[in-house]
Design a protein around this ligand. Structure first.
Ligand SMILES: Cc1cc2nc3c(=O)[nH]c(=O)nc-3n(C[C@H](O)[C@H](O)[C@H](O)COP(=O)(O)OP(=O)(O)OC[C@H]3O[C@@H](n4cnc5c(N)ncnc54)[C@H](O)[C@@H]3O)c2cc1C
Ligand code: FES
Length: 254
């Protein structure tokens, strides 16, 4: 699939509290092709960074031609991005990578997001909830990590937090195990810290449930040219930017 370079105008770039931001841009080209689980390489300012930064697609609003990204400021690139305002123009490259398997029907699906791993799950939930039954387990550090749920606005969401300050006091894997005792889940999709996805995959494998994980690696080019994001899989070396970021958990997690 072709990837485009597109200058897009910022519609909104709002702080949701703490270091979390919701970015909305107007797109004509990328929006036509991008799918849940894919990402864009974003260049905050014209002359600043040499390397673009990978950010997942959070929501695709085709009706209004708006793409949404949800990001956390961690370093130079994302901090620069957070200074931009409505009306500013940024250059984005996409759609990149392989997304989640969304062509499914009549399944019971558990979607599990931890922290920033919630970012690519809004579009996924929207897509797969049409013809399947979805339960969404969202886990995070503090209340700010959950502000984004207002934008996701999905009824069947279960919130869990480590300190119990919001939602139930447990982790996402404990919650998943609880759900599996009561419900016959056929598929699991997850994105979050690597250790969380490892545990989720372990539970999925034990219960013989198909599971997809969305991996994060530091990226140089984002398009498969630099080999910077190569990982070992059961099918040999693969590039997270091109072959992923979404993989069948059995390929990447024992
Ligand atoms: C496919 C993909 C999708 C992503 N989607 C999102 C998203 O939707 N929202 C979001 O907030 N972030 C996302 N990320 C992570 C995001 O790309 C990094 O946070 C960002 O590149 C950091 O850039 P920076 O210039 O702000 O920080 P830098 O100055 O480059 O780094 C600051 C700190 O962040 C760490 N870091 C940088 N890049 C990564 C990375 N890829 N994985 C783990 N740690 C990293 C560094 O080790 C360092 O400690 C995604 C990453 C990938 C690979
Ligand atoms: S980031 Fe360059 S090959 Fe993946």
């Amino acid at each position: 699939m072709a990837a485009f370079l597109e200058d897009v105008k910022i519609i909104e770039n709002i702080c949701l509290g703490s270091r979390y931001y919701l970015l909305k841009v107007k797109s004509e080209k990328i929006i036509k092709e991008i799918k849940a689980g894919q990402f864009c390489m974003i260049k905050p300012l014209d002359n600043a960074l040499i390397l673009r930064r990978p950010i997942s697609i959070h929501n695709i609003d085709k009706e209004n031609g708006v793409l949404e990204f949800y990001y956390e400021t961690v370093g130079k690139g994302t901090k620069e991005l957070s200074t931009l305002k409505a009306g500013d123009i940024i250059n984005i490259q996409g759609p990149l990578g392989e997304g989640f398997s969304i062509n499914i029907k009549d399944k019971k699906i558990a979607i599990i997001g931890g922290g920033m791993g919630i970012a690519p799950l809004k579009e996924l939930i929207k897509q797969v909830n049409k013809e399947n039954k979805v339960v969404f387990i969202a886990g995070g550090r503090d209340k700010y990590a959950f502000e984004i749920l207002k934008n996701i606005n999905f009824k069947n969401t279960i919130v869990v937090s480590d300190d119990g300050s919001i939602g139930e006091k447990k982790n996402t894997v404990e919650k998943l195990k609880e759900i599996l005792e009561k419900e016959n889940i056929n598929m699991i999709f997850t994105c979050g810290p690597h250790i969380m996805m490892e545990k989720v995959a372990e539970v999925a494998h034990k219960n013989n449930i198909y599971c997809e994980v969305s991996l994060e690696e530091r990226m140089g080019c984002g398009t498969g040219a630099c080999m910077g994001c190569s990982i070992e899989t059961t099918k040999g070396m693969k590039k997270v930017c091109k072959d992923g970021p979404v993989f069948n958990s059995k390929e990447v997690i024992k």
